[in-house]
Design a protein around this ligand. Sequence first.
Ligand code: SF4
Length: 289
Amino acid sequence: MRYEGAVYRPPSEAYSLIIQVTLGCSHNKCTFCNMFKDKKFRVRKLEDVFIDLEMARNYYSVVKRVFLADGDALVLKTEDLERIIVKVKELFPECERIGIYATPKDILRKSEEDLIKLKNLGLDIIYLGIESGSDEILNDIKKGATSSEIIEAGQKVKKTGIKLSVTLISGIGGKEKWKIHAVESARVISAINPDYLGVLTLIVEPGTEMYDKVGNGEVILLSPKEVMIETREFIKNLNVDGCVFRSNHASNYAPLAATLNEEKDRLLNQLDNFIENAHEFKNEIYRRL
Ligand code: SF4
């Protein structure tokens, strides 16, 4: 395959064929993110995307999942995405799922009809990084969207029937804003009721604005125990139905998994246990994105 630069995908797309349809991230301003800092955003030519798909068809005998990268591939024009999805289905009739990354603004720019068209052609899942539900924190981290826009975008995807997987980042508000992060994130996620919710834990990457803010004391990081307290507050305030919650990523201090609200009490008990009983958390050196 012909990949340009580092390629990122959600953990659940680990065995997917990854096809870069855009390069970099059209936003590329989040203060904690260094994934695409070395790439200037651009849209790849359709003919190049098609060549990659044909190369993959010749190479792989079975492709069950395809993931369209890079950072916010849903920014592509709907007509181009339609042509790409049709080509995927034509070349890989065995493909069971097509996924894509999106920003809230990418979703809001598409009409509901466009999203339904993409779903009917075969787009099955959209991954949306929310990071926090607090407008203050969203502004601090330059997410490029308000909590109302995030709710509108998330509800729009849910309405079309495309599966929605969202992520939050625990600790992103630091010691000063942990409570507002927990409570406001619960408000936003409850309003959206995503199919999947992943909670990562902040990793401060050199070369980011967040790194500088931590360095100069503007943001004070949470300890592992404080991350658990923040997560508990978030879960306590959360009200969702049939949402698959996972916080068992390489960045997390302790693994958590539940279906919510169904298993909310068990999850709260588990968090209480982590908080009250000197639990041994993952060593900092083993945490990664
Ligand atoms: S939108 Fe996503 S990929 Fe783009 S800068 Fe923000 S976190 Fe990074």
